[in-house]
Design a protein around this ligand. Structure first.
Ligand SMILES: Cc1ncc(COP(=O)(O)O)c(C=O)c1O
Length: 381
């Protein structure tokens, strides 16, 4: 992601300006670019561009959502009490240590707003999820990007970026858009090396798809620490991306600070009801994991077979796929070719990966359509 340092911003007299001027730094932020949802001339494209749940969402969550229709005149519970209780019970957590957000994205933003002031910085991997940097910069913080050799988080590189103005370290494990992960031993090593004044945010949005026994989302470690926040979302495993609800588990002192600036009704009535129902639907969760477990290795192998370089192993519900630089075979051309076949995937040039595309693991027919199309593309069909 291209960087514009605040030093390069020329001071402007905002009071004397003939139109309102945003505070310094805002216009240097790249607005978030979502995965494409439309393909020209294709009525119902196959959307593999946003790491959504290919199975949809739990029928129980859908029923709870529908039942919420009678309560739309009421403000939601500002503390999201029913979700709080359900999550606390399910993961054996203290309910008062939970923060709820309009997606986990809001929790990241709240943490940046709470801890960063101009001159401060946060550290993340060079390919880290764009929402981390947007929130940090909006709060006036600088973003320091640590190298990710082999498309993987490197704890030493993260630590090398930390200085005395670092307040937050964001680690998505597994990461987006790389799909790679680091073992818990490395997370622990990172935590041990960080000063206790720095908040370590462990974003577990895709953690449920990380099936290696060496993976751990850090909830246990967070329980005993005073500076770890673990976040999770209902957007991926539970397929509730459209409802916008996520959560963080944080030390009490951090919760107390964040709660001062969190707007009271940031998770809606339907989102709260559907989230509780989704959490109770273990069959849907199992099916979602099974789908990824079945098709992720198949897609990896098939795409490798047509001459593409899949960043692997992926521990998520998507793959990062590398394309040749040769004209006619590039990632940009592949994205357009796939769109012409009604297949939407995610270009990741804004993440500093112009030669890659990110593809969600879909249903069988979708995965087969993707492989067939990419085989044709690579053969110059
Ligand atoms: C790394 C990462 N973290 C978190 C999220 C989830 O965001 P939200 O809970 O706001 O839907 C995503 C979604 O794409 C993501 O890729």
């Amino acid at each position: 992601m291209s960087e514009v340092s605040s030093d390069t911003v020329v001071a402007i007299d905002r009071t004397a300006a003939d139109h309102p001027i945003p505070k310094p730094g805002i216009l240097d932020i790249h607005a978030y670019v979502p995965g494409k949802a439309k393909a020209e001339g294709v009525a119902e494209p196959i959307k593999l561009s946003a790491n959504e749940n290919a199975l949809g969402s739990s029928p129980k969550a859908q029923a709870a959502y529908a039942a919420a229709a009678g309560q739309l005149n009421l403000y939601p519970d500002p503390k999201a009490g029913i979700v709080r209780t359900a999550i606390a019970e399910r993961f054996k957590l203290e309910p008062e240590r939970l923060i709820f957000g309009c997606g986990s994205g809001e929790v990241f933003q709240l943490l940046s707003q709470t801890f960063l002031e101009p001159g401060d910085n946060m550290v993340q991997g060079e390919f880290g999820f764009a929402a981390f940097a947007i929130g940090a910069r909006a709060a006036g913080g600088e973003v320091k990007f640590a190298k990710e050799p082999g498309y993987r988080i490197d704890v030493d590189e993260l630590l090398a970026c930390v200085d005395d103005r670092t307040r937050l370290v964001f680690l998505a494990n597994p990461g987006n858009p790389t799909g790679t992960w680091i073992p818990f031993s490395e997370v622990r090593r990172l935590h041990e090396a960080l000063p206790p004044s720095i908040v370590l945010i462990l974003d577990g949005a895709y953690g449920e798809f990380a099936l290696d026994p060496g993976f751990n989302d850090g909830l246990e470690l967070a329980r005993r620490s005073s500076n770890i926040v673990v976040t999770h979302t209902f957007s991926k495993l539970h397929g509730l991306a459209g409802l916008r609800i996520g959560w963080g588990y944080a030390p009490t002192a951090i919760v107390e600070a964040v709660e001062r600036i969190r707007l009271p009704f940031n998770t809606s009535v339907p989102a709260q009801l559907a989230a509780v129902a989704a959490l109770g639907d273990e069959d849907f969760q199992r099916a979602s994991i099974d789908l990824v477990e079945q098709w992720r290795p198949w897609l990896t192998q098939q795409l490798g077979g047509v001459g593409l370089e899949v960043v692997s192993p992926s521990a998520t519900n998507f793959l990062l796929v590398g394309f040749p630089k040769a004209p006619g075979r590039t990632a940009t051309e592949a994205e357009a070719f796939l769109a012409s076949r009604g297949l939407l995937v995610r270009g990741v040039a804004l993440y500093g990966l112009p030669d890659h595309l990110r593809v969600t693991v879909g249903l069988e027919a979708q995965n087969r359509a993707l492989v067939d199309a990419l085989a044709d593309f690579m053969q110059g069909a």
